[in-house]
Design a protein around this ligand. Structure first.
Ligand code: AR6
Length: 176
């Protein structure tokens, strides 16, 4: 089994030179605000086209919370975008297992497509209203446990955080 480096950086996920970046999408998969908007803006129309195709096919009714699906990455330096839908606290989605599932399902998809390096944003820590510290705890625990229990070829998981407080929450969690 590959041993995985897990790290946190402060920055913009759209510029990351990794195989796959994870998008904190919504179930409709057609773009939105936050990191989703930034990824679609940087990737260009090819990404939206692929997302529309997913909605026309398997994910006709939308991607459920906690699941993940890959597309190409359009104009981004990454090769794949892995879309996941975080739980929305404003809709009463407060189960930590749903958020953990976003990270484990995204890693499983990364493994399926053959990505060796994956960047994650702080899924659900923005519009969906989760506390950044709680997201950091769940994200780091889930990635650590998935990468030590599953058979995979993922060498690097990088959390890419927007803003100092979120970055520090992840740094602290990784130091424990
Ligand atoms: N790079 C890295 N992180 C970013 C970037 C970026 N370019 N831009 C924002 N963030 P959010 P959610 C951070 O709201 O809470 C969208 O409209 C942001 O500061 O993007 O899962 C979707 O379409 C925060 O720390 O995602 C959904 O409707 C983190 O990314 C909904 O928002 C997540 O914030 C999803 O909400």
């Amino acid at each position: 089994m590959t041993s995985t480096q897990i790290e946190a950086v402060e920055g913009d996920i759209t510029t990351q030179r990794v195989d796959a970046i994870v998008n904190a999408a919504n179930s409709l998969l057609l773009g939105g605000g936050g990191v989703d908007g930034a990824i679609h803006a940087a990737a260009g129309p090819a990404l939206l086209e692929e997302c529309r195709a997913l909605r026309a096919g398997r994910w006709h009714d939308g991607l459920p919370v906690g699941q993940a699906v890959a597309t190409g990455a359009g104009d981004l330096p990454a090769r794949w975008v892995i879309h996941t839908v975080g739980p929305n606290r404003h809709r009463g989605q407060t189960d930590p297992a749903l958020l953990a599932s976003c990270f484990s399902a995204s890693l499983a998809v990364a493994q399926e497509v053959g990505a060796r390096s994956v960047a994650f944003p702080a899924v659900s820590a923005g519009v969906y209203g989760w506390d950044a510290g709680q997201v950091a705890t769940i994200a780091v625990e889930t990635v650590r446990s998935w990468t030590t229990q599953e058979s995979h070829g993922i060498q690097l998981v990088r959390f890419v955080l927007f803003g100092r407080p979120v970055f520090e929450a992840f740094q602290q969690e990784l130091a424990d």
